[in-house]
Design a protein around this ligand. Structure first.
Ligand code: GLU
Length: 437
């Protein structure tokens, strides 16, 4: 255990701590198992293989010792979980956050298996993480931590084995260090070992915006089918980073009013609509939304009870529990984060007629463009941003249509429909491959 574990993100004296952490939320892996169980009645004979998804294929726990700038040595616990590799190499991000646990990384890896299969990307599911607060580390420390972690998991990752990417607390720079470390260790430059890299190192145009763009596409598709137009819509967004921030800009540009946003530093609202480009510039300059002049501070409970058309949880898991699900005043929840709604809360939202576009569909834009990046790295032929965005649009809309249709046919939630399609693909591959030996 390291000392960083006790540091709450964004805790400011005299203010409400906005760690996004919800101590009463169920463990994420329990939520994943429950979601898997709900699919069983819809899988016919393939249900016999469902147990496979309750057992991650491979779990690696590593110690990450590092020299801190003050000369001391600190130890961090890191993980890489390869949940399922039936359909291809592992794929999924690496999270740096003080609340990372093995249980969380297992759930996140399982959701990657479902997401990749639902979008028909030729990948299994994987995820990694280190329990630390990146905000309390210098750039040099983060570089050393990233390099040692990459070396420790180096024997199970690779362009055709398992391909990490950014997640909460990591970014293009983290991926550059991971790519370099892996490449130095094998003696040749392997750009395809990670995605979400800087453009200059084999990264893809459009990758940075892809998750937020995908969230917007999913919201738009849901809105069209539920008669909730984007133009003039009231939008509430939790999280203002790579997912929430980009989605906010896309809603804003499309004529919606983003009336409230919460990040690690503040919860703010403006009934007339927040000037999103100004808020993004403020967050960039000051490291968060705190003291943004174009809005007023509101309480966390007011944030969750504001009347809205779209609610976008784009921070961490375990945000919408039964209590909040009973009082939310929104029409469509679009999950930018992984696992923000627990299964019990899902049921309440469904009873209340609130549509939920699940994480495994709504935030799949990021890994979809990661797939494009990986293909471009293999072929050493790079596509235009237009080409990337139009392929992303096609894949997201195609997946949405198929999931919507199945949900109507079977009278199930969009989440269950997504899980049915994904489990059919994964378990058919599992069955066809057969058990070894
Ligand atoms: N971390 C992102 C996710 O949860 C992206 C993963 C990837 O690009 O591999 O989907």
């Amino acid at each position: 255990m390291n000392q960083q574990h006790t540091t709450a993100v964004g805790e400011t004296p005299g203010r409400e701590p906005l760690s996004f952490l919800n101590p009463s939320a169920p463990e994420p892996w329990a939520s994943f198992i429950e979601q898997i169980d709900r699919v069983a009645p819809h899988l016919g004979n393939l249900a016999g293989w469902l147990e496979t998804l309750k057992h991650p294929k491979r779990i690696l726990i590593v110690d990450v010792p590092v020299h801190r700038d003050d000369g001391s040595v600190a130890h961090y616990e890191g993980y890489r979980v390869q949940h399922n590799l039936s359909r291809g190499p592992g794929k999924g991000g690496v999270r740096f956050h003080p609340a990372v646990t093995l249980n969380e990384v297992m759930a996140l890896s399982g959701w990657m298996t479902i997401k990749n299969a639902a979008l028909n990307l030729p990948y299994g599911g994987a995820k990694g993480g280190i329990r630390l607060d990146p905000r309390t580390h210098s750039r040099g420390e983060l570089q050393r931590i990233t390099r040692r972690y990459t070396s420790e998991i180096g024997f199970i990752i690779g362009p055709d084995k398992d391909i990490p990417a950014p997640d909460v607390g990591t970014n293009e720079q983290t991926m550059a260090w991971m790519m370099d470390t892996y490449s130095m260790n094998i003696g040749s430059t392997a750009t395809g070992v990670v995605t979400g890299k800087p453009i200059s190192l084999g990264g893809s145009l459009g990758r940075h915006e892809a998750t937020g763009r995908g969230v917007f596409i999913a919201a738009r598709e849901a809105g069209q089918r539920s008669n909730v137009p984007i133009v003039g819509a009231r939008v509430v967004i939790q999280g203002f980073g790579n997912v929430g921030g980009i989605a906010a800009r896309m809603f804003h540009d499309a004529g919606a009013k983003v009336i409230a946003v919460q990040d690690h530093s503040a919860t703010i609202a403006n009934e007339a609509g927040i000037d999103i480009p100004a808020a993004l510039a403020h967050a960039q300059a000051h490291g968060g939304l705190k003291d943004f002049p174009g809005a007023t501070d509101i309480s966390v409970s007011d944030f969750w009870s504001l009347p809205s058309d779209y609610l976008i949880p784009a921070a961490l898991e375990g945000q919408i529990l039964p209590e909040r699900a009973r009082t939310l005043k929104t029409r469509i929840v679009v999950e930018g984060a992984n696992g923000p709604t627990t299964p019990a809360a899902d049921d309440i939202l469904r009873e209340r007629g609130i549509l939920v576009v699940p994480d495994v569909l709504a935030n799949a834009g990021g890994v979809t463009v990661s797939y494009f990046e990986w293909v471009q790295d293999f072929s050493n032929f790079f596509w235009s941003e237009e080409e990337i965005n139009s392929r992303l649009e096609r894949i997201m809309v195609g997946a949405f249509e198929a999931i919507w249709k199945l949900a109507e046919e079977r009278q199930v939630s969009l989440r269950t429909a997504t899980f049915i399609i994904a489990c059919q693909r994964v378990l058919a591959a599992r069955e066809q491959r057969g058990l070894y030996p």
